[in-house]
Design a binder for this molecule. Structure first.
Ligand SMILES: [Zn+2]
Length: 433
């Protein structure tokens, strides 16, 4: 189409559109003088002379000039309207993407008896839609619950809708996708246009088979019966249900649910009278408080194997067979305490921690266990005076080949005592010892 007005006759003669016939004549005479082939030896002048002659022929004839004016106007209008068909941009990050969508996220805020549900609608790229829905959900998590009775109801609903990717009204999104398709076609980006077209079909299918068929046939004209458009448009993409943001929201939800459940469980189990099953409570409470609530601790009169307590540090019962082929040494230093301790070396290398050595260290003494294989370990121990149970930070034993032999670890773990009689480390449950 552009070819029809490629020769802008006004431009050829250097005239404004409002030029009078006299001005046109004068302009042509000037151009003829300058560019006439007989006058100028320049080859480019032939072309310029021909253009000027054609311009004069058209513009000097009132009828031809009117036709030309109309054509020129129409072409300009078409050019302008194709400029207006610029692709839609994400309203958040302003990027152009092949699959923008209009998304509505729900955010709930509550106060006492008032619950307000705010839908937020905008056209987003998938990333921004995800982060906006996450944001709406976090706000709802924080502020949505606190009104009776509708706070929790609306909040749950909003969280569910947001985790699903927000509301995406199909009718509007068919239009949005088609608009983007045309914009990309105008930009000669058929690849992007096709992606947008597939999204249009996908939303049209949600409305119904008739709408889907109409959308497909509308699009077929633009894509020369592209086989892609006859296929199923439901293909996994970054807008899928389980994109990273809904995963994030599900993870947050799960975390909060677990925390709540654990807290409730902890509150309930604290109210129950102490019983053996109590130790199974998932909630780890501070050791100090727990020790005082338990029946007073009495040191057993024998070792776990039924032997009398030894007078020096050493292994208890039959020495543990496991982990004796290694090279590393672990020294447990109990010299800073007056209490005797029952100690277990726990290997953390399997799925569940397991005790690989059991030994006894009187107060003010230390003990070294040898031939421990490399790996991750921790020390768990019972203060035999107070009954308090603790564990050290995990530590690692290394073994590696060096030019003149093997290098291995010598680790010393010092057991400290603090004023109230409990060891300064992490407290543990009976079931963990
Ligand atoms: Zn964006």
């Amino acid at each position: 189409m552009k070819g029809e007005v490629a020769d802008d006759h006004y431009a050829s003669l250097g005239l404004a559109k409002s030029a009078s016939l006299d001005e046109i004549k004068a302009a042509f005479r000037r151009a003829a003088k300058e560019h006439h082939p007989d006058v100028s030896g320049d080859l480019g002048s032939v072309d310029k002379f021909q253009r000027a002659s054609e311009a004069y022929r058209v513009l000097s004839d009132a009828g031809l000039r009117r036709d030309f004016d109309a054509l020129r106007e129409n072409a300009q209008a078409r050019e302008k309207s194709s400029n207006d068909l610029s692709p839609l941009r994400c309203e958040c990050c302003a990027s152009i993407c092949a699959k923008p969508r209009l998304v509505i996220h729900l955010q709930v805020t509550s106060f006492l008896v008032l619950t307000r549900r705010t839908p937020k609608a905008a056209i987003y790229c998938s990333d921004c839609a995800g982060s906006k829905s996450l944001r709406a959900s976090v706000m709802t998590w924080l502020f949505g619950w606190w009104a009776f009775p509708w706070g929790p109801v609306y909040s749950l609903n909003a969280l569910f809708v947001n985790a699903k990717g927000g509301r995406q009204p199909p009718e509007i999104n068919v239009s949005v996708s088609l608009r983007q398709t045309l914009a990309f076609l105008a930009m000669q980006r058929k690849d992007l246009a096709r992606t947008a077209a597939l999204q249009a079909i996908w939303f049209a299918r949600k409305i119904g088979p008739e709408r889907e068929e109409k959308t497909r046939s509308d699009l077929r004209a633009f894509f020369d019966d592209d086989p892609l458009l006859r296929q199923d448009g439901r293909r996994s993409d970054q807008w899928g249900f389980w994109n990273k943001f809904s995963m994030g929201q599900a993870a947050i939800g799960l975390m909060i649910a677990v925390t709540l459940a654990a807290t409730v469980e902890g509150m309930l189990s604290d109210r129950r009278t102490p019983s053996p099953s109590r130790a199974a409570s998932a909630v780890q409470t501070a050791n100090a408080g727990q020790v005082t609530r338990k029946p007073a601790y009495v040191r057993p009169s024998t070792t776990p194997d039924g032997e009398p307590w030894p007078t020096t540090a050493g292994y208890l019962g039959s020495a543990d067979a496991a982990s004796q082929r290694g090279l590393s040494n672990v020294t447990v230093d109990n010299t800073r305490n007056s209490s005797d301790v029952l100690v277990k070396l726990f290997s953390l290398n399997a799925f569940e921690p397991s005790a690989v050595r059991t030994f006894y260290i009187p107060g003010h003494q230390r003990f070294t266990i040898a031939n421990v294989t490399m790996g991750q370990y921790e020390i768990r121990y019972r203060d035999l005076d107070s009954g308090g149970l603790s564990k050290t930070e995990p530590f690692r034993l290394e073994e590696r080949l060096v030019p003149n032999g093997r290098e291995f670890s010598n680790v010393t773990m010092t057991l400290y005592k603090v004023q109230n009689g409990n060891m300064r480390t992490v407290s543990i449950q009976d079931s963990d010892f």
